[in-house]
Ligand binder design. Structure first.
Ligand code: NAD
Length: 406
């Protein structure tokens, strides 16, 4: 992340002061989260909340519950949010939070107690004008409702704009679910148009069939593309004519995985990326495309729905091979853009019609893509570096306009 910031600052021609400011998170808080387990014993977890930068607006970023969460990861993810909100030009900075825990080992009651105690411990950092969390890995609408309720109880008033990705019943937004996938589709359309490729009939491989991958596969096949292979943690399936995505979703719902779907043939582990295709969408884990995978990848366009799916070594290989990579801070920014719309509605106390949300989301993604594409062409660099340069340039304008306090 630090190397990316330095590179982006150099590409954007920013002052050394701006790069220095962006290299250090503004605020890092580490908290103890003691939880009484159902057994009666007490377990103390560790949590973090980081404000990386708030020059362009309140900190924005998810809360992650995972055994691998640590301070460095949360800091890097918070910095990534600063870049992402700047790329799509929404009035937020970057933040992130996490608790080192394995939610699969916790009962619902334990998870609620953990969430509420963590929210209490970081509550002084949160607020509609301060820091607005959202769901991330292993957190969902339910967790957001507990965070919202804890903050409201502490303040003795309703603050619906303090979280996004909340349930509809407490001011959530219908189109929040699926917004990341819609944004990815928008980027695929824009990339095809810019590269003068034919969209109908084009073949796509998708890794991950979860909150992002499953709706994405639906949207892509509705757009006339052929989803030829899908992989999740339980297996992978391939059909050169295009998978029946509805049938695949039913199968995954029933069995817990896309593996074993009868509408295609099974793929061996690691076989997904070499399946003949025009587009590859990693929508699962970070680090999924390493240098070896990049060397055998069939697609000419990679659209990063996941965060950090391509290693820096793989980036070099993909660039040498002429593969266009639409980077995560642009490709999956539909989610945070929808969060911005939810926040705006919660502050207004006035819900927007679904078609207004969908139209604004599309416009925002198209504008961001066009800006990054143009910058990449102008600088002669891959879209990842161009996206970071666009973001850092916007951050520099905000940082310089504000000046240095005191
Ligand atoms: P999810 O947990 O709902 O789904 C993850 C999917 O990845 C599942 O289908 C799982 O089986 C699959 N997977 C896990 N390990 C795998 C492996 N080793 N090989 C193949 N598949 C594997 O998560 P999600 O919300 O869909 O998020 C997916 C990615 O998108 C993450 O990187 C996340 O950070 C990123 N992202 C999500 C959103 C969002 O709105 N949910 C927004 C921005 C970025």
């Amino acid at each position: 992340m630090l190397a990316r910031i330095d590179d982006a600052a150099a590409l954007a021609g920013c002052s050394a002061a701006v790069a220095q400011i962006l290299r250090v998170p503004e605020r890092v808080v580490e908290v103890a989260v003691p939880v009484r387990l159902d057994s009666g014993e007490v377990q103390v977890f560790t949590g973090w909340r980081v404000h990386h930068n708030i020059a362009r607006g309140p900190a924005k970023g998810g809360i992650r519950f995972h055994p691998s969460v640590d301070a460095d990861e949360v800091k890097a993810l918070a910095a990534e949010m600063t870049l992402k909100t700047a790329v799509v030009e929404i009035p937020f900075g970057g933040g992130k939070g996490g608790v080192c825990c394995d939610p699969a080992q916790l009962s619902e009651g334990e998870l609620e107690r953990l969430t509420r105690r963590y929210a209490y411990e970081i509550a002084s950092m949160l607020g509609p004008d301060r820091d607005v969390p959202a769901p991330d890995v292993n957190t969902d609408q339910r967790v957001m409702a507990w965070v919202l309720d804890t903050v409201d109880m502490l303040h003795g008033r309703a603050l619906p704009a303090v979280v996004t990705g909340k349930p509809l019943a407490v001011g959530g937004m219908r189109l929040h679910t699926g917004a990341t996938s819609s944004g990815v589709v928008r980027c695929i359309r824009a990339a095809f148009s810019a590269l003068e490729l034919e969209l109908p009939g084009a073949r796509v491989v998708v890794q991950g069939f979860g909150k992002v991958g499953a709706p994405l596969a639906f949207l892509l096949s509705s757009a006339g593309m052929r989803v030829v292979a899908v992989e999740d943690v339980g297996g992978a399936v391939y059909n050169p004519g295009g998978l029946d995505v509805g049938g695949l979703a039913d199968h995954a719902q029933r069995t817990g995985s896309v593996g074993g779907f009868e509408g295609g043939s099974p793929l061996a582990a690691g076989g997904l990326w070499s399946v003949p295709s025009e587009v590859a969408v990693p929508a699962a884990l970070g680090g999924a495309i390493d240098a070896a995978t990049a060397a055998i990848l069939s697609a000419t366009v990679v659209v990063e729905a996941a965060n950090g799916p391509t290693t820096p070594e793989a980036d070099v290989v993909l660039e040498q091979r002429g593969v266009t990579v639409v980077p995560d801070i642009l490709a999956n920014a539909g989610g945070v853009t929808a969060s911005y719309f939810e926040w705006a509605q919660s502050r207004q106390g006035y819900p927007w019609d679904d078609d207004v949300v969908a139209r604004r989301l599309g416009q925002s993604m198209d504008a961001a893509f066009a800006t990054v594409w143009e910058r990449a062409r102008r600088l002669g660099v891959p879209m990842r570096r161009a996206a970071a340069a666009v973001a850092v340039e916007r951050l520099a304008l905000a940082i310089e306009a504000r000046g240095l306090f005191p």
